[in-house]
Ligand binder design. Sequence first.
Ligand SMILES: Cc1cc2nc3c(=O)[nH]c(=O)nc-3n(C[C@H](O)[C@H](O)[C@H](O)COP(=O)(O)OP(=O)(O)OC[C@H]3O[C@@H](n4cnc5c(N)ncnc54)[C@H](O)[C@@H]3O)c2cc1C
Length: 419
Amino acid sequence: MDHVQSHAARGRTLVIGAGQAGLQVASSLRELGDLDPITVVGGEAHLPYQRPPLSKAFLAGQAASPDLTLRHADFYDLHDIAIQSGMWIDSITLDDENGSSGTATTSDGETIGFSRLAFTLGGTPRRMSVPGADLAGIHYLRTIDDATALRAELDAADHVAIVGGGFIGLEIAATATAKGKDVTVLEALDRLMARAVAPEMSRFYADAHTRRGTRIELNATVTSFHGADGRVTGVGLSDGRAIKAEVVVVGIGLLPHTELASSIGLADARGIRVDQAGRTRIGGIVAAGDCALTAHPVHGEIRIESVPNAIAQAKSAAAALLGREPGKPPVPWFWSDQADLKLQMAGLSMGYDHAVVRGQPGSEQFSTLYYRDGEIVSVESVNSPRDYMTVRRILEVGGNIPVEAAGDLKIPLKDHLQR
Ligand SMILES: Cc1cc2nc3c(=O)[nH]c(=O)nc-3n(C[C@H](O)[C@H](O)[C@H](O)COP(=O)(O)OP(=O)(O)OC[C@H]3O[C@@H](n4cnc5c(N)ncnc54)[C@H](O)[C@@H]3O)c2cc1C
C-alpha cells in the first residue's frame, strides 16, 4: 500500500482490473514509450492469468495455477508497473466532471490519485435466484478460485448438471464427461450457443456432444434446485422432471462490472460506452475488454467477451491514452475447445442471409461460411484451422469468396485470397 501512495498522482495512469485487458493496457503503454507511472489494481489475489483454461485443461487437471499466469512478477518490476493484487476499488471521484484526473478509494479506505484512467473490470457471472440457488455444490466459473473449488467437487461427483448451453457450459460439460461423469446440459432456448453461433452450428454441437455421452436438454427451464443437508441433489425443471446432480455449474452469462463507470456517468448496466478505440466521452478515460460496450457500424452496441477482443481493445485504449490515433479495429475472432472439437470463428454472423457448409459435418471437420448481400461476413470452423485462417485473412484485407464456390472442396479457399 505504501508503494501505491508513494507515487505522485500527477502523470499516473490507474488501470482498474488486473485481467487480460488490464495487463495489456499497462504493457502497451510501456511498448508505446510511456514513461509515466502506471498502477494496476486487481481485486483477485493473483497476478493476471488466463481464464480460458479454467473450463478446459485446468479443470481437467492437466494444468496448474502457475501455468496460467500471463506474466511473472519480474515482468512488472522490469517495466516499472506497480501492480496491486487483492485490492478492490470501491469508488472514484473526478477532480472535475469532464476531466480525467481524480482519486480512487479502495475497500480498505486507502486512496490512489490518477491523471488518466483505464477501466478493465471484466464482469461477474449472472446468478440464478430460483429456490435452492444457495445450496452447496452449485458453482459459477469465472476465477481461478472458482475453478479450484469446482475441480475438487467435480472429482467426487457422479452426476453433474450444467445450467446453460453456452461456450463455458459446454466446455465444462465436455471436461466432466471426459472425466467419466454422467453429465446433463440444461439449455432454456431451443439451441446451443444461440447468442454466438448460427443454428447450423448449434445443431452440429448438440449431436457431437450427444455422441460423446453428454445429455443435451434443450427448452429446459430450471425452476428450482433440490437439496438435502444443505447440499444440492438435483435440478427441478418446469415440466416437472428432476435431474439428479451432486454438482451443478451455472453458466448463463456475464454481468459486466459497470458501477464505477456509472458513478461518473460513463456506463449503464449494459457496459461502459466506448468508441472503436476504447475511448469514453471523457478524454484520458478508456475502457477495454468484457466490460466495454462498443458501437458497431452494423450490429449496434455490442460487448464481446473474448481474449482477442480484450487484447485488441486494450492496445487501442493504450494508444488513445497517449493521444495517438489507433489503427483499424481488427476482425473479431474467437475459439472454443469442447472435447476434441476446436471451434474457431472470425467475423460476426449476426444478420447473415445465407450460409454455405464446406466439408462434411459428419466427419467433424468442416466450416460454415456466412454471407450478407453476397459478401462473406464470418466463418465458423470445426477442426479446420486452414479454412478459418483463410477467411479471417480475407475479412481483414478485403475480398470475397463467391457463394457458389464456397462449398467446392476442389477449389482451395486460399485461391480466393490470392486473386
Ligand atoms: C471459464 C472461461 C473460459 C473462457 N474461454 C475462452 C476461450 O476459450 N476463448 C476466449 O477468447 N475467451 C474465453 N473466455 C473469456 C475471456 O477469458 C475473457 O473475455 C477475458 O478474460 C476478458 O478479460 P478482461 O480483462 O476484460 O476481464 P477479466 O479477465 O475478468 O479481468 C477483470 C479483472 O478486474 C477485476 N476488477 C473488477 N472490478 C474491480 C474493482 N472495482 N477493483 C479492483 N479490481 C476489479 C476483476 O476481479 C478481474 O480480475 C473464457 C472465460 C472464462 C471465465
